[in-house]
Design a protein around this ligand. Sequence first.
Ligand code: HEC
Length: 147
Amino acid sequence: MKFSGNTRPIAAGALCAALLCGTAALSFADQDVPPEQDAAAGETPDPRLLAQGKRLYILCQACHATEADPGDKIGPHLAGIVNRPVASAEGSVYSDALRAEDFVWSEENLDLWLRRPAEMVPGTSMSFAGLPGEELRRALIAYLNTL
Ligand code: HEC
């Protein structure tokens, strides 16, 4: 996967059109980030990418908490999801299909999942069609890495 700091307004527009969301919510022009923090340096994630991923999380938050508290959300919490074993959040109800899997949620697996959950794990109960934009998935996964 190519790691560049560039954003893709066209992909954002297409996503917004597909989701009928306001363009403001997923705006890629992040005015909050000072220019000196712009370049992704070494292991520090690009703050713009993170900010973009955090905004994209609106697609997930109805069903997923970001804290390790089962709460009353329909999906498992996503605290520490990167490198967490599949279907392992205590107190969550999983489909038989996901429970039968045996892998950890590496960034690569999250990318596959978020592209098209039902293709990666047929029979999953996650009602989410998928996020076609590779750059958008990269941003979202950068944010998931902070949970
Ligand atoms: C409509 C509700 C819903 C939405 C929206 C949704 N999910 Fe889910 N998600 C679920 C459910 C339910 C499961 C459990 C699936 C299963 O057991 O087959 C799940 C499972 C997962 C898992 C596996 C967790 C584990 O413990 O193995 C991940 C990762 C995940 N979702 C991430 C996301 C992300 C990121 C988004 C936003 C792009 C998202 N989901 C959007 C309902 C949702």
